[in-house]
Ligand binder design. Structure first.
Ligand code: COA
Length: 260
């Protein structure tokens, strides 16, 4: 598939998506959101792809937010529609994807950029990364899930402070708050993410998909995470991946999971 705003580098068992609008610090306009949706969907449907890494092009930014130029003259109705459509197409879509998604935060992750990183399953940052939700400085609030996912990740008090001050935190602070799992020099960011992707790729993609669903269920209103876990646990016993995983263990060999 041909994209205008993103690059997709498909390796053997994982893929790297790069948001490629460096002159706009990779700000998310509607076209980029649609392209990201299409790329994630295609990779998720590809049985060979067992993990996805998302990053930004250039050395300065992961994503500096939603494209402010695009929504500056929006009405109340258009504003609501923008958030609803974006959440559905990209942010909720990534969070609930069956294939693990790692955010490689290589610089500024602001507003929609931090919201995208938070929708990923976990985050790794380069030591120059800066994160924040500056929306209230523009007279608006985070609209791509930031008011919900930030408190889930760092706790309500820290989230309130970050949202109210509109300030940025550095990679060290982000790691201390649990927002990122690792900090590395920029040149080591993708190699580390690929190492993590390779490790993930050795495991059962079907079991991982069930684990993502069960973990996410605990953070959703009106869903019982424990009940979802029990159901998903049972379902695993009927899968070819389970047969292969247990057989390989008993035969003292490495499992070769048939997958999705
Ligand atoms: N939307 C649209 N364009 C953006 C953008 C965004 N969120 N963030 C950066 N850009 C554009 C700038 O307008 C500029 O474009 P231009 O060269 O055509 O004027 C280009 O990207 C480079 O940004 P610039 O501001 O010159 O870089 P800087 O190093 O001086 O500052 C930031 C970097 C990240 C501090 C600054 O760009 C910024 O504050 N961006 C907006 C962050 C934000 O509020 N995001 C939340 C949106 S809801």
């Amino acid at each position: 598939m041909k994209y205008k705003n993103i690059l997709v580098d498909q390796k053997d068992r994982w893929a790297i998506i790069t948001i490629n609008r460096p002159n706009k610090l990779n700000a998310l306009n509607r076209e980029t959101i649609q392209e990201l949706h299409d790329a994630f969907k295609a990779l998720d449907n590809n049985n060979k792809i067992r993990a996805i890494i998302i990053t930004g092009s250039g050395e300065k930014a992961f994503v500096a937010g939603a494209d402010i130029a695009e929504f500056a003259d929006f009405s109340v109705k258009e504003g609501g529609k923008l958030a609803k459509k974006g959440q559905k197409l990209l942010f909720d879509f990534v969070e609930n994807l069956s294939t693990p998604v790692i955010a490689a935060v290589n610089g500024f992750a602001l507003g929609g950029g931090l919201e995208l990183a938070m929708a990923c399953h976990f985050r790794v940052a380069s030591d120059n990364a800066k994160m924040g939700l500056p929306e209230v400085s523009l007279g608006v609030i985070p609209g791509y899930g930031g008011t919900q996912r930030l408190p889930q990740l760092v706790g309500k008090g820290h989230a309130m402070e970050m949202i109210m001050t509109a300030g940025m935190i550095d990679a060290q602070k982000a790691q201390k708050l649990g927002l990122v799992n690792y900090i590395v020099p920029q040149e080591e960011l993708l190699p580390l993410c690929e190492k993590l992707a390779a490790k993930i790729s050795n495991n059962s993609p079907v079991a991982i998909a069930h684990a993502i669903k069960a973990v996410n269920a605990g953070f959703k209103n009106n869903s019982n995470g424990f009940a979802i876990e029990i159901e998903a646990f049972g379902t695993c016993f009927g899968t070819a991946d389970f047969k292969e995983g247990t057989t390989a263990f008993l035969e003292k060999r490495k499992a070769d999971f048939p997958g999705k």
